[in-house]
Ligand binder design. Structure first.
Ligand code: CA
Length: 414
């Protein structure tokens, strides 16, 4: 027998959440992550029920086909158990969970997957996502409506279209058989990692940290450094030359590691207020992962709603711009009117005139005009008076301007 591979799993509640709704398991043949949802109650129960059920198929298989079949059956059995539990405990209605699982059979991996947890493979330095997200945004990407980059920041990126739970009695589960070989490093993680740490960063960590335990710890650390708004669960599986990984003791992490205590245990769900207070913004950053039933009508409705929302934003923006322009125009009109209540006396060519408005101009806009031309010639005025007129004489009002003209005329005649 050759050198066996190793595996490790870590689960962390994160910096914001009150409870860990993720569960994970790495055993001899089976490796699985489940990310539960269900709001206040249910998410931790859902992932724990699913993982505890799926653990039962951690055994040696004659072929990868057998393992694939066993995995799929286990996921469907977990689905039934979730529905029955929700039926017996109505407070758990609507709970659901993602499941991403691998069973190694020699040089093959049987895969079963539903939801938005992820399975990645690092082989010869190339890091690739193997599973496909069952999310609303992935559907938009697949249908060419948005790009992968737009999906990463889409407001609905946390909406999942498929999970195990009490909603669908026969959920569509992705299964596959993939080739694997010594040196392969498989990663299974909840979106608490993949939504907050870039693929590049994850790949670098997996390439740098040789031990599976070190790698899982470092990945969770990275998510915590990003604020870890969500529960983070990570499993790393190294494929050795042996047929299985007997050197790693089976490990259960997350809510599946705790006893199922969903019957009226409120103390466990107490809010971690100090943490929440320390992260007042971050707690609102991430919308709770939630499940939406998958149907074409519903999908179309979501897309329509997004379009309507975009249209509403555009209309709001346009109305805002129009209002601002209107306000500026009204203000300008009042300002202009105000200037036109003023008069002054000045030179208009070689004669004296009464001007309406103010002496200053506003860029190309003239704020004054000749109100009344007089027959008083500048050359008839005394040099001092002439200079004063050329520099303009402000008047309190029109009568005052006329009085100034009269004084100028008197100065000539007198
Ligand atoms: Ca999650």
């Amino acid at each position: 027998m050759g050198v066996s591979g190793k595996s490790a799993a870590v689960s962390h509640v994160g910096r914001i959440r009150a409870s860990n709704q993720d569960s994970g398991y790495v055993g001899q043949h089976l490796f699985v992550i489940a990310d539960g949802m269900g709001g206040h109650a249910g998410g931790d129960v859902a992932s724990a029920i699913a993982v505890k059920r799926i653990i039962q198929v951690d055994q040696k298989y004659a072929s990868a086909r057998d393992a694939e079949f066993a995995l799929k059956s286990a996921l469907l059995a977990a689905n039934t158990e979730l529905a029955e539990t929700a039926f017996d405990h109505p407070e758990l209605t609507g709970m659901g969970t993602t499941v991403s699982a691998l069973i190694r059979v020699g040089d093959q991996m049987a895969l079963a997957h539903i939801g938005d947890s992820r399975i990645y493979l690092l082989r010869d330095g190339v890091f690739e996502q193997v599973s496909v997200d069952h999310t609303f945004v992935q559907r938009l990407v697949d249908s060419g409506r948005i790009t992968q980059e737009e999906a990463a920041v889409h407001p609905r990126r946390s909406v999942i279209m498929r999970v195990l739970g009490d909603i669908d009695s026969s959920p569509e589960i992705d299964t596959a058989i993939l080739e694997t070989r010594p040196g392969d490093r498989w990663l299974i993680c909840s979106d608490g990692l993949s939504s907050y740490v870039s693929d590049e960063k994850i790949s670098t960590i997996l390439s740098t940290f040789k031990g599976t335990k070190d790698a899982t710890n470092r990945l969770v650390r990275e998510s915590l450094d990003q604020g870890a708004p969500d529960n983070v669960t990570v499993a790393v599986v190294d494929v050795g030359t042996g047929p299985e990984s007997p050197s790693s003791p089976p490990t259960i992490v997350g809510s599946a590691a705790l006893p199922l205590t969903y019957e009226a245990d409120n103390a466990r769900r107490a809010l971690r207020l100090p943490t929440l207070l320390l992260h007042p913004l971050k707690s609102t950053m991430h919308e709770d992962t939630h499940f939406e039933p998958e149907s074409e009508e519903y999908l179309d409705e979501l897309i329509l709603e997004d379009k309507r929302r975009a249209l509403r934003r555009r209309i709001t923006w346009l109305v805002g711009v129009v209002l601002v322009i209107a306000a500026i125009m009204v203000a300008a009109m009042f300002a202009y009117r105000w200037t036109q209540t003023h008069y002054y006396v000045g030179a208009n060519g070689e004669t004296v005139a009464i001007f309406q408005g103010v002496q200053q101009d506003l860029g190309p806009i003239s704020l004054h005009s000749v109100y009344q031309q007089t027959s008083i010639k500048l050359e008839d005025l005394s040099p001092f008076t002439r200079e004063t007129v050329e520099e303009t004489i402000s008047a309190k009002d029109l009568a005052d301007a006329e009085a100034i003209i009269k004084r100028l005329a008197d100065s000539i005649n007198g």
